[in-house]
Design a binder for this molecule. Structure first.
Ligand code: CTP
Length: 397
């Protein structure tokens, strides 16, 4: 952490006092910490606490700093910004672009990695609105350090306690170390999202994938200096700005794009949920209904990843396996079958995976090693996944 510049945002929750302990640990580890407090945070803890710990001024308002636009300078100078504790209010503001005080203004101006650590009453945390905001933030690449379960200020148990200091430090370290250089200048191809197999002009067969994991991987690889091509199926999610994105609809189109763009890449990650079959016939006109049942004959789609495995060359090839049972056995079978270097195993039986904020992944390598990537937001897991892959790519050189 030596000389790492951390901007810490403290918002108004009972866990604000824990931000003081975090500040102290960061300072002891050699980080330079600037603190922004919201007006509500000042009701729980005083700026003096933080300025004593950091030996630096603490910022509480857009208007009382010695300079006119402190929010821009603070986010330019920092390497990372972490909001801990983050109230439902600041999450809502950040997700919706509301900038009405120093912290929310600084967050909106930030072009550096953002980490938020929610802490609030469990009913507020579980409220669909809060969850929707977290989903939005996660999709934008913001790291969310999920709260823990335990005793809350309301003298009841539930989820909503600020994550442990260890987890907050882990998230900061991960974000800081992610520019470790292995992927700089490398060509990376990523398939993501579902595919859509039309029956007629308005009906199709598809699946629940949103492409969030592949988009997070593309964003993370780009942040690490890779030249990324994202081959993205039909999803409402936006690809990251600045990533060369090829939009496709069907498995065949994804196959064609992948063969053209992923061949010869340094790293290819197939995160797409490709439809295994497509209707044998596609009607040019809308099929008119009748009282009879409809039988649709389905034919196999090409296996993109398998084909890439057959023409692998020097590419480090990574697949995903979404399993509900015998996870690792099935995944290893896929790894061998498709000639992969690694496979990320996603347990979709635990209400994780498709369309969820949090995910749980294990990475298995062709050499027999395994790496538990744990549970977390897709951006966080994308970062961990690229860390683990970069390590193996480096070792294989
Ligand atoms: N994949 C692909 N092209 C396909 C099908 C799958 O590139 N036509 C890739 C996926 O992107 C993923 C991996 O292969 O990386 C998944 O392998 P797959 O054999 O399809 O397994 P699952 O879909 O997980 O499940 P199952 O074989 O059990 O149906």
């Amino acid at each position: 952490m030596k000389d790492t510049r951390v901007l810490l945002g403290v918002t108004g929750g009972i866990a604000a006092y824990k931000a003081a302990a975090l500040t102290s640990t960061l300072v002891q580890a050699g980080a330079i910490v600037d603190v922004i407090m919201t007006a509500e945070a000042e009701r729980f803890i005083t700026p003096l606490t933080f300025s004593s710990l950091t030996a630096r001024p603490v910022y509480t308002s857009l208007w009382d700093a010695p300079e006119r636009i402190p929010h821009i300078r603070l986010v330019r100078e920092a390497h990372v910004v972490i909001v801990a504790p983050a109230t439902a209010n600041i999450l809502g503001k950040l997700a919706n672009g509301v900038a009405d005080d120093l912290l929310s203004t600084a967050l909106l101006a930030a072009r550096i990695p953002i980490i938020v650590a929610p802490a609030m009453n469990s009913a507020m945390y579980e409220h669909p609105e809060t969850q929707a905001h977290l989903q939005t933030l996660s999709e934008r690449g913001i790291t969310i350090v999920a709260p823990e379960s335990g005793f809350l200020a309301e003298r009841e148990s539930g989820v909503g306690r600020l994550a442990s200091e260890e987890r907050l430090l882990d998230a900061i370290r991960l974000v800081i170390s992610s520019g470790n250089g292995v992927l700089r200048g490398k060509r990376v191809a990523i398939t993501a999202g579902p595919t859509r197999e039309p029956m007629d002009p308005i009906r199709h067969l598809s699946n629940a994938s949103t492409g969030a994991m592949g988009i997070a991987l593309a964003r993370e690889a780009t942040a690490r200096g890779a030249e990324v091509t994202l081959i993205l199926g039909p999803t409402a999610l936006l690809p990251p700005a600045g990533v060369r994105t090829i939009r496709v609809v069907t498995a065949q189109q994804m196959f064609d794009a992948a063969i053209a763009d992923a061949t010869g890449a340094d790293l290819t990650i197939a995160s797409a949920a490709v439809a295994d079959w497509r209707p044998a016939e596609q009607s040019a006109q809308k099929l008119k209904k009748s009282d009879a049942d409809l039988n649709v004959r389905m034919v196999r789609n090409p296996d993109i990843l398998k084909t890439l495995g057959e023409r692998k060359g020097g590419t480090f090839l990574v697949g995903f396996a979404a399993e509900t049972q015998a996870h690792e056995e099935n995944a290893l079978e896929k790894l061998r079958n498709k000639n992969l270097d690694a496979i990320a195993v996603n347990d979709v039986s635990e209400e994780r995976g498709f369309g969820t904020v949090e995910n749980k992944l294990t990475l298995l390598f062709a050499g027999g090693e395994r790496e538990e990537l744990g549970t977390g937001s897709k951006p966080l897991l994308a970062a961990r996944m690229l860390d683990a892959i970069a390590k193996r790519m480096e070792a294989a050189k």
